[in-house]
Design a protein around this ligand. Sequence first.
Ligand code: NAD
Length: 277
Amino acid sequence: MTDALDPSRRIVVTGAAGGIGGMTRPLLASLYPGLVLSDRVAPADLKPAEKFVAADLTQPDELAAALAGAHSIVHLGGHSVEGAWDQILQANIVGCYNLFEAARRAGVKRVVFASSNHAVGFYPRKRKIGTDVTVRPDSRYGVSKAFGEALGALYADKHGIAVTCLRIGNVGPRPLDVRRLSIWISPEDLVQLFRIGLEHPDIRFEILYGASDNAASWWDNSRARALGYRPAGKAEDHRAHAEAEQARIGPDPVGDLFQGGTFCSAEFTNDVKRAGP
Ligand SMILES: NC(=O)c1ccc[n+]([C@@H]2O[C@H](COP(=O)([O-])OP(=O)(O)OC[C@H]3O[C@@H](n4cnc5c(N)ncnc54)[C@H](O)[C@@H]3O)[C@@H](O)[C@H]2O)c1
């Protein structure tokens, strides 16, 4: 960071050493010259030109140091799959609270929060949902993402931070199976959504779906489109690959009914007729 830099370009990315961090860092660096990468561990492939500040989300003092001078945050850090309660509690509940509170104290203007499709994973695949539905988490992980969205709403309403929650489907170069044909997002399209959260003048509090232009989508993402989102990725272009991979996975009698897939079938003890209407 240099003092001459446009302050609105000072963006801190948490969880920068993770998978999405790796896929989006080069794109973000070209847009935001003051980019600061943060994580509890440095990215293995950290470039000399990249600025990295170590911070554990469970340590408020470390977060305060990482956020000094930041205009905005892309919050990717946390436990990114289902886990034991204490793992989720520390990284995604305590950690997310610490992040928003450190942001408030540092005068941060905008936060883009990496929420997840697993906040609404128990909606049936046959139902198309918007961003106004009640959360229906499919896991402790999904509950933690619903918590993060609620926390974002609190800090937007009470403290005026412009918060964008992205219910990310699955990020990667192409969809990995049939479920991902409905929820896939390319790294480039995800960065487009990051930019909307970081720059769009109308953002107060938003929940958007992090999905490319997927013909088999289960989500109404019209609010993202109204904010200018024009995804270029199309999952259908990769259907043959996804179906071939699916054939290797085999059926999941519970997970195949619901949007969250295996996150729904894991630890499931209910009758499917009673779950996720
Ligand atoms: N990858 C996807 O398709 C996808 C889909 C939906 C949501 N998300 C969300 O997006 C975010 C990034 O996902 P990812 O795939 O890059 O995950 P990842 O697991 O690859 O990366 C997460 C990063 O967070 C860091 N982290 C974990 N606990 C931390 C702590 N206590 N303090 C500081 N850093 C900590 C880890 O070191 C890791 O580098 C996550 O919040 C995840 O829940 C990802």
